[in-house]
Design a protein around this ligand. Sequence first.
Ligand SMILES: [Zn+2]
Length: 466
Amino acid sequence: MKRFLFLCLTLSISAIFATAQTVETTSQDSVFIRQIFDQALVNGESYQNLEQLCKEVGHRLSGSKEAEQAVVWGKKVMEQQGLDRVYLQPIDVPFWVRGDIETAAINEKEDIAISIKTLGGSVGTNGPMQGNLIEVQSLEDVAKLGRKAIEGKIVFYNRPMDPRPINTFESYGGCVDQRYAGASTAAQYGAIAVLVRSMSLLETDPHAHTGSMGYKPGIKKIPAAAVSTKDAEMIHDYLQRNGTAKVTMNINAHTNDDMPSNNVIGEIRGSVHPEKVIVIGGHLDSWDVGEGAHDDGAGVVHSMEVLRILKALDYKPKYTIRVVLFMNEENGNMGGKGYAAKAKANNVNHVVAIESDRGGFSPRGFNIKGDSNDVAFVQQFRKVLEEYGLHHFEQGYAGVDISPLGTKENLVNPDLIMMGLVPDSQRYFDYHHSDTDVFESVNKRELELGCGAMAAMVYLLDKYLP
Ligand SMILES: [Zn+2]
């Protein structure tokens, strides 16, 4: 018994003090990382690739012909890189269509137009629909007000993003429930439609920002649209002055049958562990507004540029380095789910998955989704990355596309480390899911620094992973 206790004690102490594998980066690493950044900044192709994707293909919602053009484009660019293998992975995707009618107005002697964008997945209004507005701050407000106040009305969710968090994704996370669940919550109490304040931190933003919404099964599907923050403020003032507002909405969005599509995959085979994969990627689809430049054209070209840089420097990776341009992140994540399911079925051992889906802004570091040892392991690279402005190496969310790789049903390698590139987040929600997310909103150097950050991280992981 005593011996057993002793054993338990020893085991638990070693569990507590288990440390990350120690890494001593060398001056050779510093020299090589300098070469990586020089490649990104001097010979970079990410910016011209992004221009092609944005200007020749344009926005590319899953199911659209532009999304298929993006697949062809991605495959062509990677084939020109001379990789060991480039291929398509078929998946089926939802096909939602915005339609050509999308208007809302406060009815007065002269209508006051409201800048809206129908939310992705929403049903249409089936012709003009009129109702009185009721302003709320939250889903809870709707429940509190109850059927008597809500029935027959258009519910206007107007909780702004909190300006205080330095990480703006935190503010987004604190607000996005209105957009995603607002319609079904309001419909439960008899609302006929919802308008939702856009997820933008700028109170004077004239552009509405779309995004995905979902309907709860068994509850009536009512139309849902985002309102620009500028007009959300205008409506709020109008309601303050007049007590009530009669609004007409007209939307003809609809959902078609699922469409066949593809993830686009390219890779350099590992020289020591070809069967083990470091996967990096972003999503090829975008919303059907703007050009999907930051979201997520940047992540697409970041990822492709990593392979170009490593090849240009004649680096022979130990592990297979694979880029996946995922399809359908925005409204279903069928690409991410399909990729992970196939990997599980084929028992593919992913050692690391890195996603870039937070825009093409100056990189600050990486989020690490793993245990404290994984975080400590990656933090040891800070020494050689800090001079490039990379200082954030913290536990955090990695990315939507890669997340299915880590679920219980799909996980092959329990030591998988998932990471997400973390660029500066201050301007991301100025552009996110709106008409302004265009090529011109991306700064060339900031984009290229992101490529360097991704390539340097891949190099270090490939070299130092046990
Ligand atoms: Zn995205």
